[in-house]
Design a protein around this ligand. Structure first.
Ligand SMILES: [Fe+2]
Length: 468
């Protein structure tokens, strides 16, 4: 004992330990000090008021709208009638009292194990005027119901527009709080960008599809009045060969239509739309995305079509995040990141919204595209051409919060917090957008995380971010 060699080993050990401590303290981001009370997230019971079936024979229910074309002059109206097919016609117009126009849609239904759906209607209203309030009536023949929506302004570079961000919503008491906070937010979202995982019916025995119906009725108070732009998550796959259900996305594709053909896509899981001053690309984490696949070929052709002079803001939606520092779904998005991240940097995507992880996180602008197997360059680095990655899978579903984070917080992670909530992305003009995240425990106007976005094409300066 006490030999020079063992002494140097001890010294080396002390040095390594202190280096380790130093590295642990050398992180740039912020982990919120807000600690949410630990409670179980439970689904609202079937007799909850939010699931109530509208009164009247064969009354249309689960009404929802989404953009129906590339530029925002069409709207897809969807609803379900339970007793009989009824009519797929929509009456609509700009006067509440006199609906001058009508269009006929189509009706479909499906079975899933021992469940048979109601009659699902989809009807596309086309050639609408921009920036105009329309009223529409459905359920023609028996019980009618009337709703309204406002079309977006004509696509253009300096058109202000406000998007809401919601992910992984489910149908718990927390989900209801999230939706209420979105509705009561003084910053009024005009369209929801939904990043996947809708109803979590697949958490029930045999994927009890009744929970697709209850979810449709729960969110109707918002989805009937403003478009929700749909992204598919893992809870939409509904692949269950053990009960004979071998067609992936069967309930989702019957119930939720998207305008994928308008952007040259061949499947409803990846597509793009232009809305006001934004070009929005929706990607599919659970459809093939490797080289030569339909999604890869489509995205390769899509990026060069983005015209930042027409739509300065380039937003990408996906379900599984690429940059996530929680110990949930860690690195699940990695293979898609490896495939597509160089394009995101090359084409200067402004922001990427993802869900899947049931918590909130915002990244710095970083990229990790230098690695080529042999050079060892495999760490994220600051990159002004890279997007900000935001995980917003905190809608409040039955699986509960992700509150176990990787430690230390990686440098690329700017802010993270295990709370339920929603966000708004408020485009002011072609250079500036104001982003804010709201946690459900706060008052409706409180911003728990916020950031001024500077457009990557027109104003690629450093942004200062603030959290509180
Ligand atoms: Fe998910």
């Amino acid at each position: 004992m006490g030999s020079p060699s063992s002494l140097s080993l001890v010294l080396l050990f002390v040095l390594l330990v202190s280096l380790g401590v130093a590295v642990q303290h050398c992180h740039g981001g912020e982990t919120s000090s807000f600690v949410r009370k630990v409670e179980k997230s439970i689904d609202m019971p079937l007799d909850s008021d939010v699931f109530r079936v509208p009164a009247g024979y064969n009354a249309p229910q689960q009404v929802h709208i989404t953009q129906g074309d590339l530029n925002g002059r069409a709207v897809i109206v969807s609803w379900v009638t339970q007793d009989e097919p009824g009519s797929s016609e929509v009456l609509y117009g700009t006067s509440e009292k006199k609906l001058k126009f009508s269009t006929k849609g189509k009706v479909t239904h499906y079975t899933y194990y021992n469940y048979t759906s109601g009659f699902i209607h989809h009807c596309t209203l086309r050639n609408l005027k921009h920036d105009t309030k329309y009223y529409y009536k459905i359920g023609i023949g028996y019980t009618t119901r009337q709703f309204s929506f406002t079309t977006p302004p004509k696509v253009g570079p300096d058109v202000p527009y406000t998007f809401g961000l919601i992910g992984d919503l489910g149908q718990t008491y927390d989900s209801n709080q999230t939706l209420t906070h979105y509705e009561k937010n003084p910053v009024k979202g005009q369209t929801v960008l939904f990043v996947g995982d809708l109803c979590y019916a697949d958490t029930y025995p045999n994927h009890n599809n009744v929970r697709w119906d209850t979810w449709g009725r729960f969110v109707e108070r918002c989805t009937a009045y403003q478009p929700w732009i749909w992204t598919t998550g893992n809870h939409e796959i509904d692949f269950a060969p053990e009960i004979g259900e071998t067609v992936p996305f069967k309930p989702f594709t019957h119930r939720y239509h998207v305008p994928y053909r308008a952007s040259g896509s061949t499947a409803p899981f990846w597509y793009s739309i232009k809305r006001a001053s934004a070009h929005i690309i929706v990607l599919a984490s659970y459809s093939a995305y490797g080289k030569y696949t339909p999604q890869y070929n489509w995205l390769e052709a899509e990026f060069p079509k983005v015209n930042r002079t027409e739509t300065p803001w380039l937003i990408v939606l996906m379900h599984s995040p690429w940059y996530n520092s929680y110990n949930y779904h860690y690195m699940e998005g990695e293979s898609m990141r490896v495939m597509y991240e160089p394009w995101f940097v090359k084409y200067k995507v402004d922001v990427v919204f993802a869900g899947h992880v049931h918590a909130y996180e915002r990244s710095e602008r970083v990229s990790n595209v230098a690695y080529n197997i042999v050079n060892g360059l495999c760490m994220p680095v600051p990159d002004p051409s890279a997007p900000v990655y935001i995980t917003i899978g905190d809608g409040g579903n039955i699986e509960g919060l992700a509150n176990n984070m990787t430690q230390p917080q990686p440098k690329y992670s700017a802010y993270r917090e295990a709370s339920f909530g929603h966000a708004t992305f408020d485009i002011k003009n072609k250079t500036h957008a104001y982003y804010a995240w709201h946690r459900n425990q706060d008052g409706y106007a409180v911003e728990a995380d916020k950031m001024w976005f500077f457009n990557r094409f027109w104003n690629a300066k450093d942004e200062q971010s603030h959290s509180s």
